[in-house]
Design a protein around this ligand. Sequence first.
Ligand SMILES: [Zn+2]
Length: 560
Amino acid sequence: MKVFIAVAICKILYFIGSRVGRGSSLSGQIAMKVCPGALKRLKLPKTVIAVTGSNGKTSTVEFIARALEAGGMSVGWNYEGSNQIEGVATLLLRTSSLRGKVRRDALVLECDERYAKAIFGAVKPTVLVVTNLCRDQLTRNGHHEFIFDRILSAIEAAGYGAAKGKAAGGGAAEGEVADDGAAEGEVVGGGVTLVLNADDPYVAAFAGKEGGIKSGNRVVWFGVGRGALCPNPSAGDALCPNPSAGDALCSNLSTGDALCCNPSTGDALCCNPSTGDALCCNPSADDAICPDPLTGGDVAPIYDDGAFCPVCKGRMAYGYRIAGHYGDFACCACGHSHHKLDIEVTALDLLTGEIALDAWAATEEGRPGARPSVRNGVKTRLRLPSVPGAYNLAAAIAAVAAAGLGAGDAARALDGFELEGGRTVRFSAGGSEGVLLISKHENSMSYNQSMAWIVGQRKPCTVIVMVDSISRKYYTSETSWLWDVDFDILGDGCVQNVVLAGRYFNELMARFAMSAVDLGKCSFVGDIAELRGCVAGCGAGPVYAITCFADKAKLLKAFE
Ligand SMILES: [Zn+2]
């Protein structure tokens, strides 16, 4: 009876709310107040995929929903972006029959990383994707190690882990996902299938013993391979050493050698660890071998969240880095290290968006455990090519494969797909083409990746950086995060002008004064209404704007 009342209340309030344009989570919130516990009594579909993490949740959820729908499934997902318990409750209750059966073949739930515990307490996913953990929303989230603990406690509180069934990996050979003959969509071992970013040492720790998760959860690993960002993919190994050659570049991990390097190959291939160069690259061949796409390779990062192991706090070594602390990491003390990828982005063309993937965990037929399809066998295109986009796509394909469907089918369904909640908006900037790259304030990784994309276009351009409201969720005037952002990236010669705008333009000025950007290129605009006039004097070339959701409308209005 309680379920009936909760569903009825939610449906009525949702109907009224949609007519008057009210928020997406209020109806579920009220229904839960009237009938607490109703969510736990709902009959859920066999496939419930939850997505959490710092960045990329919305895009990943949309990719997954699209791929499942293309496979003929009806999908319920919180596309309205309400990712806390109230939003999830609204979705579940409004898509349920009055008897409490959710009338969808699959649910795909974006879950706020702080409130995942509350959500999983009521709704247990069969597949849980963790996209990444990085510095984000300092005021609200603090450090991402705090968020790690929150997600970990969410997983444990939800009672995952196998009281019965197999241990993680199930004895499968390395690189395989345990094939226990489970029926399509069936959860293995009574636990959840974890879809984890193998390149992120924090996320990877969810699978380890030291990470605290009980055994019994399957893990599907996704990530971006070393060669994927090769400047000239056709030149292949000349620019990016063959990862299979492996130990020439780094680490004899079995010896726990903190100094990196396989002694058998001679230290000549590894630099002096005391300089910090040991983590990558043959110094004699110049850092061009494996540049860090964010920093250009030879510039020390502003901060390094990958310097120490999240499990034991030991010194971490990297074979290579894809971005920030994502890469081929290995702790010299406890052995926490990069796992072989099940869904691997093997090539990414940042101009055309073409992507190739290896699918080791799932074949075209979607049978987990089979050996891989042909190398680069899964091809697709990103509508707006970027490294974060490649991670989101790989996460989505991994999640779909983990749910028992074909990775190849998912890739085909996502070919050229344009995300509804896309992070890029085109606008007219006077006589120039304008591109708004929505980047999260308080999130240096998001800013860095947007700037890397801009300089990657290799066009003479103007860049607007606007900080007016720091968050749309809460008020804060805290701007220390600006000092985590690597604005040196805009020191690239293709950036002709930089316009710093918004209420916090003074803070931006102070930050840019300490960057590699020539202040002679910079203009400062406190009143957003003057932005258009300021940019008009900047000359030809595209105008790239970096700002957050909170400031998106204000920026676009200035150019109307
Ligand atoms: Zn460690």
